[in-house]
Design a protein around this ligand. Sequence first.
Ligand code: SAM
Length: 291
Amino acid sequence: MQLSESVGGDGPVCILVRVEGAEMVDRLHQGLVELSRVDEVHCRRYAGGWLLTACGAANADPDPLLRTVAALVDQFDSLAEVLDVRRGACELPSGGDGYRISARFRVSGGDAPADADNICLDAAHVFGTGAHASTRLAVQAMEEIAEREGGLPARILDVGTGSGVLALIAARLGGKVVQGIDICEEAVAVARRNVAANDLAQRVVVSSTPLAELSESYELVIANVTASVLLRLAKGIVSRLRPGGCLVVSGLQGRQGEEIEEALALYGLEPISRYADGKWRGLTLHNPLVA
Ligand SMILES: C[S@@+](CC[C@H](N)C(=O)[O-])C[C@H]1O[C@@H](n2cnc3c(N)ncnc32)[C@H](O)[C@@H]1O
């Protein structure tokens, strides 16, 4: 399935590409540098491989840049993949009152005290300040489930936890055993610090365990990842979802909401709610299968 990905806001468009193998890094790095739409390429170790970040000009249209980068990445088969498309940095202002991300929750920088309705967060250089529309749609979806069912279910999985923001909120909304996973070791380290800062270590565990290696099943799975990552993980995510459980997906843009809904219908999932904020889309789906 072809999926287009684009991103709003200001600042340079950054396309994050994961690649395996030292030789491949050099080849891909060189290929990215030679692309006319790419101004800068950064490289660092990431999730057992390398992360190359290709940045375009400020305020450039992200779609043509993404298309040229994706065409290059395709030549590397399974050794490289586009992970994310972002604009600029996403960092929290430190201190102060932070900001509201939902009807109930506020997010504050490192030195503010955490409480039942305030998430204390240091997102460092990983995704998950709570300010992004895709995160807020996932929070809205979780709050509606909690409202409807008198709290979130006990066992929850957060795929692509980033800073851990959704896992922390899931615990505040009633989750008793919340597992956050991310392929980025830096995100795992940041999320663990945030779990401790919010005094939720009894409920939230974060690791870099690949989805395919999880053996538990969950009553609620949350996944705020790009549409292409979601498509690739769909089968594994559904296999971790208990009969009667719910899946919240976010990080989709425009028509991707419908495309992902169709893709998940093939696994028997039924939509309960659809969310939109500008071009961003989120979905809550139900697994109707009985055990
Ligand atoms: C859009 S961020 C979401 C962060 C946070 N959950 C939020 O809602 O703000 C997506 C995260 O998914 C992670 N990710 C990408 N592919 C993944 C995979 N295959 N398994 C686990 N995490 C993945 C990225 O490293 C990134 O931290």
